[in-house]
Design a protein around this ligand. Sequence first.
Ligand code: UN1
Length: 496
Amino acid sequence: MARVKVFKNYINGKWQASSSGETFDSVNPANTREIVGRFQQSTRKDVNDAVTAATAALPKWKKTPAPHRGEILFRVAELLVKYKESLAQDMTREMGKIIKETRGDVQEAIDMAYYTAGEGRRLLGETVPSELNNKFNMSVRMPVGVVAAITPWNFPIAIPSWKLIPALVCGNTVVMKPASDTPLSVYHLVKICEEAGLPPSVLNMVTGSGESVGTPLMDHSKIDLVSFTGSTDTGSIVAAHCAKQMKQYSLEMGGKNAIIVMDDADLNLAVEGVLWGAFGTTGQRCTACSRVIVHKKVLKKFTSMLLKRTKDLRVGDGLNEKSEMGPLVNEAQRQKVLNYCKIGVDEGAKLLTGGSCLSGKGLSKGFFFEPTLFANVSPKMRIAQEEIFGPVLSIISCRSLDHAVQIVNDSKYGLSSAIYTRDVNRAFKAIETLDTGITYINSSTIGAEIQLPFGGTKGTGNGHREAGTAALDVFTEWKAVYVDYSGTLQKAQIED
Ligand code: UN1
């Protein structure tokens, strides 16, 4: 067997082994015989060292002019472009999604880096009139401090970039903890930052489990802000930990996203959108479409069109350009998905296709699963309410737009939604009434662009958004500044 490469933590500008002396392996979910890399099983001590380094680097980084910080991030963008293909190949090997999608994942980080580099020359505040003469009022953005970025495995470079890059342009220093299924992509991102000339200690990376790295990191008294993407269950634990120390936290969590297909929709277009939303990334997106709510007049036709396309999907190793869907990320996820399929059958939903693990030719050594369709799903069933995070789609019938919206909104989550209709009035009514952070018209629930805010309502988030200018509000504190140049004591709000 080929020698396995060992990857170290990045602390204080140096690549260092963990104080535990222990490592863990990251395996290829399409072929578990392939170990993609060996990573540090880090400890509280490693976390302390990383936070100490990030704290020490903060004063200087804060004072580095923001346009200069932006220029370093521009170089990060250029290097991501340069290494895009090899980053995508490694990402498919460690996470499983198909190569076209991992290229897209890297592209999303490129977009974020170019966009944010320009932000270094904006970081807009406000100037507003004063109530008094000879007085100038403005607001400016200040960095929050030391940021802990706890990132998921489903977008191994894109999501870390959503946190890291805006945090840096705003003048924060960062400690990153990548998901243990995908540390290699974050390692590459950190290497690129180093090559781009990011000063030592401004960014640190510590790999390891949630228990031994994530918890000590979010509990560390010198961490000012925790930016987390992951499950709603873990997010609520993060919130409870942060609340105890009154530190800031920004959470991006689950979704149970739905597409409405109205009776006037272009059904071919809708089928393609639903297919892409449900089975892209093997359903492992927070934005994945896991419910399609179809007007009863077109239900039969739409279902048979969708069923045919679903059965035709080519499942295989993501490195094969012909594969349309890769494996699930690990066996635990696969068992979770399998269990939900059993739940669906027990609840009385009709399994149209899929529902089982795949182990045919070329698939037996990976975590492959069949693209799965359930019909006759009622909105209250668990498969229509709980986030599955796999290639399982529930078809639900509706009578009208109002009925469809009511079904979409009957969810504890509120990330993404979509409607297929040719009627502009229905489209605008949907925009107004769908209770989600993102709504698409005649497009799937996935594929958000980085220049708009990303996030959701209800159990999906805690009121913050990533990406776009909204991200700046997470990574900065507002300072209101009043300059009184009257030379006298002027009192706001007080009458003479
Ligand atoms: C996620 O699923 O956590 O909008 C992020 C999309 C991608 C990002 C998804 N641009 O589907």
